[in-house]
Design a protein around this ligand. Structure first.
Ligand code: 3PY
Ligand code: MG
Length: 265
């Protein structure tokens, strides 16, 4: 099964789909490496990463070939930016700051070819290898592309049901950090604002037969609660914080070896 089908099947079966924000890596092998660690998807972060589109294209195609779903987070809702990401390797969007149903509809249409949208047809599409005709590739792209709306403001929460009901939106995704900063409780990942948002987003997603996800928190207790509430698309961390977590762990282990050797001397 290909990456997008695997991803949908996991979520349809109520399983968790694990992902990582890829922001600092520059190798097309990062998708394969993260797949070996149990990740199902990656997010190429054009909202925050300094990576050039050319590198991100290689990373997206490397991920697809390794069976990991490459989603892109654009820096804007501009259809021209979205077209560049989707026609060069990304097979879906995590769209930041979707605040209204009108915005959701515009990005969902920008992500699909006619008749479902207004994405401009390029000369070739790289996602599925090169054995399909352009017509076949565009039809398959329309079937597989995912559009996930980020809910990360009070306005988005007020409109969450209408956003979920929008044609072409496949899932909702809480941006916990932006949401908490905007609501005046920065960093309060364990507090009531995020808990209520998780419940509201999970409920809206269920009502419209979509999945719900989240990124931002690190605390295990917050994640346990979110998963119990129905969150299934989990953005674990970003590539830098995962690297630092592993590095800290190794440094602590070797410090304990050094302490033991010192103690034994
Ligand atoms: C946020 O927490 O605001 C996010 O965008 C998560 O990626
Ligand atoms: Mg955010």
């Amino acid at each position: 099964m290909m990456a997008a089908q695997k991803f949908r099947a996991r979520l349809a079966g109520g399983e968790i789909a694990l992902g990582s924000n890829v922001r600092f890596s520059r190798s097309a092998e990062i998708g394969a490496a993260l797949a070996a660690c149990g990740m199902d998807w990656i997010m190429l972060d054009y909202e925050h990463s300094p990576a050039s589109p050319h590198i991100a294209q290689d990373i997206a195609l490397g991920a697809l070939r390794a069976g990991v779903l490459p989603l892109a987070r654009p820096s804007s809702h501009d259809p021209r930016e979205i077209a560049g990401l989707l026609t060069n390797g990304a097979l879906g969007l995590i769209v930041p700051h979707v605040n209204t149903a009108a915005e959701a509809e515009a990005v969902a249409r920008a992500a699909r070819f006619a008749p479902r949208g207004s994405l401009s047809v390029p000369g070739s599409l790289p996602h599925f290898g090169y054995g399909l005709t352009l017509t076949e590739a565009c039809a398959r792209f329309n079937d597989e592309v995912l559009v996930v709306a980020m809910i990360e403001s009070g306005e988005a929460l007020a409109n969450v049901d209408a956003i979920a009901a929008t044609e072409g939106i496949d899932g909702l995704f809480i941006g916990a950090s932006d949401l908490l900063w905007e609501r005046g409780c920065p960093g309060d990942y364990g507090g009531p604002v995020l808990r209520q948002a998780i419940d509201a987003v999970a409920l809206a997603a269920r009502r419209h037969r979509e999945f719900s996800g989240m990124g931002g928190p690190r605390e295990e207790a917050v994640w346990r609660g979110a998963i119990a509430a129905g969150i299934r698309m989990v953005m674990t961390e970003n590539d830098l914080t995962l690297l630092m977590r592993g590095a800290r762990d190794r440094a602590a282990f070797f410090a304990s070896c050094a302490a033991a050797a010192g103690g034994a001397a």
